[in-house]
Design a protein around this ligand. Sequence first.
Ligand code: FAD
Length: 395
Amino acid sequence: MTAPEKPALDFDSLRPPSPFLTERHEAWRRQLRAFIQTEVAPNLDAWDAAATFPDEVYTKAAKAGVMGMGFSEELGGTGEDIDLYHRIIFAEEFFRMGSGVVFADLATHWIALPPVIAFGPPEMRETVARPVLAGEKKIAFAVTEPSGGSDVGAFQTTAEKRGDHYVVNGGKTLISGATRADFLLTAVRTGGPGVGGLSLLLIDAHSPGVSSKPVKGLSWYNGNNGSLTFDNVEVPVGNLIGIENRGFAGLANQFNIERFSGIAATLAMARTAIAEAIDWARQRHTFGQRLIDHQAMRHKIVEMIQRVNACYAYLDILVWRFGRGETPVADLAMMKIQATTTLEHCARESLQVLGGRAYTGDNRVERIYREARIFVIGGGSEEILRDLAGRQLGL
Ligand SMILES: Cc1cc2nc3c(=O)[nH]c(=O)nc-3n(C[C@H](O)[C@H](O)[C@H](O)COP(=O)(O)OP(=O)(O)OC[C@H]3O[C@@H](n4cnc5c(N)ncnc54)[C@H](O)[C@@H]3O)c2cc1C
């Protein structure tokens, strides 16, 4: 009798089964994976080295139905009949390669475009939404300021109303896609202190007085992440998105989506790192046996899988709860902390399994290790989300 074949323990099999995933979700996964295998995977090392990717990726992604996910067909999208798993699968497939924050640029319009479509003037559907969904124009979401990102109420960029224009002065930093954006959905102070004085303005990035430059030190992640300066920039009052001084009121759903994407991205990166660690531990020999035959190594790997499985159980229930109309904000905040710190653990332990090979440039683990930290800061940092959860729980 031959021994039963051992499971592959690859990226796909490291996702525990979910009762909620359907054939429709799997078809979406296959569609994305085909695009990524053809257009992304072969170029990844070169794009990593260049810290950027060509503009044509946007138009190719649009043609492949990637940019338009969840947007109305009338605007060139793929249709609004999607659920959270479609967004989760998008993030999982892009981060499966450990392909990093470069692809944050491709997804930024999920956050920036819906408020423009929902609360902006109708003509922006044609002048902004349609070209962005076609991959012909780019939009960035400019909130964080050099003086800080967590303390939204302290933002200092001002927009002073003069006749039919606002005059914007100030600056933003760490903005994904800032250096090549055409439109900037920007948080500005139109009123008094605190969150109640903030509005959202859509700024044409090519207006006189707008300048951008890459954030120094991040270029090895993504040379398109940049800072912005606004020097007496005139913005038509018609570019106000939503109600003046209530700019953050309609953004809760955007932040929820951003958190789900961050969770999915981190769990996908964790699975890639674990799969690489298992593969290497099965090949490498030390002290007369394979690494995987050393109990200490098996324990590392089991603990990583155990932590990822627990995250997916939590995630599946959260998706189910949002799907039935609940908004469990505290759980989503705690889930993001759980997922991002799980990635930190898995990145560290996978890198440990690879040992020196992690530094040889022929694997994704080293890149994942570096990027793991970003997710604990962006999209709601660990400390801020714990505070949010505490308030929501009524502590
Ligand atoms: C790769 C990348 C991409 C990004 N893309 C965008 C983007 O597209 N658009 C955008 O607007 N921003 C973007 N950001 C910025 C990101 O949103 C901010 O980094 C984040 O909001 C935290 O703000 P900060 O870095 O200014 O930290 P700060 O607000 O200065 O906080 C510093 C540290 O102190 C902690 N802290 C702050 N207040 C408290 C408190 N009360 N109690 C305990 N701890 C506290 C924070 O959690 C953090 O760890 C990006 C960042 C990165 C790294």
